[in-house]
Design a protein around this ligand. Structure first.
Ligand code: CTP
Ligand code: K
Ligand code: MG
Length: 181
């Protein structure tokens, strides 16, 4: 694969993990997952992790994986190289793993004294990758091996923070997000 092909495959394969965070921002609100509970004197997760945001985030990731799977043959034909279809368990690993990573990151932020919305450089940009890729490898091992070659993983680790910073900046400018990270 050329570098451009690797970047396209990496982006395509990660879309079901990218979209849940943005969908959660749009759909968030309502009851927090931690139910307001604290651990020590800080919230377990905080008001930024809600049931509705999480459910809608996972749903958006699964729905996108289904759409991409339908489009994959035509897109592969048009591009002249293969973009992957998503097995159901791969879609679950990517979408649910992304939300889980974001939730675990908030747990770590609260434990390290960071208030809701505080930034945690590095973690903010890669939390969902760190959980969604291993979970997908676990749930859909053969699919993962075929799609996420080392080159693709390397591109994901480099490109994701750039995409994350830019989409969050746009969401902030549009007034959809409280902070630009
Ligand atoms: N959101 C949600 N449920 C999630 C993730 C996000 O409802 N599982 C919504 C919340 O409204 C949240 C917003 O998306 O405020 C932005 O997400 P994020 O930046 O992850 O949360 P923060 O509010 O910054 O909180 P934290 O410091 O815990 O990351
Ligand atoms: K986050
Ligand atoms: Mg935040």
């Amino acid at each position: 694969m050329t570098l451009l092909e690797t970047v396209v495959v990496a982006f395509w394969a990660m879309l079901p993990a990218y979209v849940p965070n943005n969908a959660a921002v749009l759909a968030g609100g309502g009851r927090p997952i931690d139910g307001g509970r604290t651990w020590g004197d800080t919230r377990v997760l905080g008001d930024g992790k809600t049931w509705r945001g999480t459910a809608m985030g996972i749903f958006a990731g699964l729905a996108l994986a289904a759409v991409l799977t339908v489009l994959a043959p035509a897109v592969s034909d048009a591009l002249g190289f293969d973009v992957p279809e998503f097995e159901p368990l791969a879609a679950v690993g990517l979408a649910a793993g992304a939300m889980l990573g974001d939730i675990l990151a908030s747990f770590l932020k609260r434990r390290t004294g960071r208030q809701r919305g505080a930034m945690f450089p590095g973690l903010d940009q890669l939390d969902f990758v760190v959980v969604s890729l291993p979970l997908t490898a676990l749930l859909a091992t053969d699919w993962f091996r075929a799609v996420f070659t080392w080159n693709v993983i390397l591109v994901v680790v480099v490109v994701t923070p750039i995409l994350h910073v830019s989409t969050n900046m746009i969401a902030y400018k549009l007034g959809l997000k409280n902070e630009p990270w």
